[in-house]
Design a protein around this ligand. Structure first.
Ligand SMILES: Cc1cn([C@H]2C[C@H](O)[C@@H](COP(=O)(O)OP(=O)(O)OP(=O)(O)O)O2)c(=O)[nH]c1=O
Length: 192
């Protein structure tokens, strides 16, 4: 199948593909994200993942193009990346001592075919003090991450346990992606 094209500016998604040895190139996507939830959180992330994959500047290529979108869902609230430090503080207060979901939508566009799926991980947070939250915000780590924390960084100290995929929380469920890519390439082989 050769290299996949990753329509993402997220360093985490690159690192995850590198970690498991999936060869890739990064391409830019002109898709404008929204956290307006017109349907369920799953519909939102899947639609945004499709938008990112479809808006990647790779017309006519024969390799798979991957777009992904990660959000935090708590009750009926959808948390994307915080707009500012105050917003990050509010998000972390909301998640303190509670269980939330991290949902990543993934779209793999391959020729005329679009394969869209999602992965959900439940994350249990310890109770966080105001001091914990303030100290964390000064690290700058929350600002480019959905839900205002990074499980792969200092945010790990907030997490009591997770149920489901760890890589999904970091931004790309690579175990699902690898399996889907293998299925896609096997189907393609059979159809040739
Ligand atoms: C919950 C959580 C999220 N995140 C990150 C993963 C995603 O990069 C980010 C959510 O933002 P996204 O909009 O999914 O992705 P992005 O804007 O970083 O990259 P692109 O749209 O170009 O693909 O939050 C972590 O790194 N660690 C975590 O623990």
């Amino acid at each position: 199948m050769g290299k996949v094209w990753l329509a993402s500016s997220s360093p985490r998604r690159r690192e995850l593909l590198e970690q498991v040895g999936i060869p890739f190139e990064v391409v830019t996507s002109t898709y404008e994200e929204t956290n307006q939830c017109y349907g369920s959180p799953v519909e939102l992330v899947e639609r945004q993942a499709e938008g990112k994959a479809m808006a990647a500047s790779v017309d006519g290529i024969l390799q798979p193009v991957i777009g992904a979108d990660t959000i935090v869902a708590y009750g009926n609230r959808v948390l994307g990346k915080p707009e500012d430090e105050e917003n990050a503080r509010r998000m972390l207060h909301l998640l303190s001592g509670k269980v939330h979901s991290v949902i990543t939508g993934v779209c793999i566009r391959y020729g005329q075919c679009i394969h869209t799926f999602h992965c959900e991980t439940k994350v249990h947070f310890y109770i966080l003090s105001d001091d914990d939250i303030d100290a964390y915000i000064t690290t700058g780590e929350p600002m480019d991450k959905a839900g205002a924390y990074g499980i792969q960084g200092k945010g790990a100290l907030f997490v009591e346990r997770i149920e489901g995929s760890y890589t999904n929380v970091v931004g790309l469920p690579v175990e699902m992606v690898a399996r889907k890519l293998r299925n896609i390439s096997e189907d393609k082989g059979m159809n040739e």
